[in-house]
Design a protein around this ligand. Structure first.
Ligand code: PEP
Length: 249
């Protein structure tokens, strides 16, 4: 049995004060919730406030990216050591917005993923096709390629903590959700790729989250799929009530 993981990606939303206010509202709604793991990934400037607010609770805090070098002249970047020194446990890697708007490639995703795993952070590695690729029947190839390149030169031992998020780009922030069946098919493609790369035992343990317009209304149907091991939630994670409703699908 793979324990489901429900993660919030706040993108570029909320100040530290807004972060504290979110947790004040969110805690009472999920207190004692142990069925699923809960992770919240705020912007860098909110991490300290989020960690302080979540201390001793059932909620882990993650960052939205990590650089592959321990330190250096890389303006605007943050290293794994820096995140660990704060108490961060998780990190999103390869989000499609990073790939689309900030020049992230399969190769930089691989470097970031390696650095996260080496350091002991739990990476949530995002893969997913754009609409044109789906319409051209290329979804399986794209997912396979993204996995092969992202996992390049990583051993199954090193990858032990890896989490993957299937995020069809056409479903992110658009209100269009993949049907549970369609998401499950894509998850199976990712799991097969993971089996080829890391071996069957690893793949059967690997958690693959679905992301793309997950809302309280569609969460339970998605989470009912055996292939779907949780959710990565953008828009609907910004409001305590709606994120709690998804956590409790
Ligand atoms: C995301 O940012 O990872 C995401 C899935 O966003 P949304 O839930 O808003 O589609």
């Amino acid at each position: 049995m793979r324990k489901k993981l429900i993660a919030a990606n706040w993108k570029m939303y909320k100040t530290p004060d807004e972060t504290r206010a979110f947790f004040r509202d969110f805690f009472p709604l999920v207190v004692g919730h142990e069925r699923d793991e809960i992770v919240v990934c705020p912007p860098y400037i909110d991490l300290a406030a989020a960690l302080e607010a979540a201390r001793g609770s059932n909620i882990s805090i993650g960052a939205q990216n990590v650089h592959w070098k321990p330190e250096g002249a890389f303006t605007g970047e943050i290293s794994a050591n820096m995140l660990l020194s704060l108490g961060i446990t998780h990190v999103i890697v390869g989000h499609s917005e990073r790939r689309q708007y900030f020049g992230e490639t399969d190769d930089t995703v691989n470097l970031r993923l390696k650095a996260a795993l080496e350091s002991g952070l739990i990476p949530i590695c995002c893969v997913g096709e754009v609409l044109e690729e789906r319409e051209a029947g290329l979804t399986d190839d794209v997912l396979r390629r993204q996995c092969v390149r992202a996992f390049h030169a990583i051993s199954s031992k090193k990858a032990a903590k890896l989490v993957v998020a299937y995020e069809p780009v056409w479903a992110i922030g658009t209100g269009k959700t993949a049907t549970p069946e369609l998401a499950a098919e894509a998850h199976a493609v990712i799991r097969r790729a993971a089996a080829e790369i890391f071996g069957e035992p690893f793949a059967s343990q690997l958690r693959i989250l679905y992301g793309g317009s997950v809302k309280p209304e569609n969460a339970s149907a998605l989470m009912a799929q055996e292939e779907i091991d949780g959710a990565l939630v953008g828009g609907a994670s910004l409001e305590a009530k709606s994120f709690a409703a998804i956590v409790k699908y």
